[in-house]
Ligand binder design. Sequence first.
Ligand code: NAI
Length: 268
Amino acid sequence: MSNNLLKGKRGIITGALDENSIAWKVALKAHEQGATFVLTNAPLAMRLGTIKQLAEQTKSEIIPADATNVEELTNLFTKSQEVLGGKIDFVLHSIGMSPNIRKNIPYTELNYDFYMKSLDISALSLHKMLAVAYKLDALAKEGSVVTLTYIGAQRVFPFYTDMSDAKATLESIVRNFGYHYGKKNKVRVNSVSQSPTKTSAGNGIKGFAEFFDLANMQSALGNASADSCADYCITLFSDYTKMVTMQNLFHDGGYSTTGVSMEMMDKL
Ligand code: NAI
């Protein structure tokens, strides 16, 4: 159902790898709500994934960019404005990867080259995108930038290892760049802290399936799906949230404020 919430808006959507990706759902909904946008992902991921299918479905162009590479990001923001015919109204940063998690390395034994990669891909890439956009003056007045995060930034989830540190840095960048971009031209920057979600990134975490069920039991509304996360992102790109910025917004069915649920108690 379309309310044309994003009619006339131009966007850049990162991170759609396959149909389970949160970004994939955001792209479908942004299209449904009248937006035009460019899809982007790392060149390697584009070969593995099925982004072309999404591009056809949403009548979008794909501009590859490694989000850790400033030159490629500069090309992305420059070309996107040409393709879409003006400044960018919204950006979805939906990027995360930890080589330490992929290789099952525990927090106490992190490989530091991998650690730097996790931070660069999962956190600094947001700073790089915002800095490139800022320098090029590529974001429209009252634009909106949303990134995705996890409660591992605030609380300890041992299996989340260095991604916890990356997400804490990411959320700090949201606040700090949010200040500067708000002052510059009222662009807002927020993070959405999402429930565990069955995607390629989620499933890569050891014990994810069990934890998914636990979180589901611990949330009054149950785990938030990728689809509902996309709905929330659309509201943040829309004109109905113009005064929300520099926030970490929990989209987790109540998980973050629950001490313990009765279902969990019954399990003991
Ligand atoms: P996903 O695996 O579908 O998406 C991650 C994306 O990051 C992929 O498209 C991948 O190609 C892209 N990426 C990796 N390295 C990149 C690089 N150097 N340059 C550009 N793109 C790169 O998984 P999902 O779950 O949709 O992840 C999206 C975001 O949501 C991530 O930030 C993740 O941490 C976050 N998130 C995921 C949760 C989950 O349980 N799946 C929970 C909370 C947050």
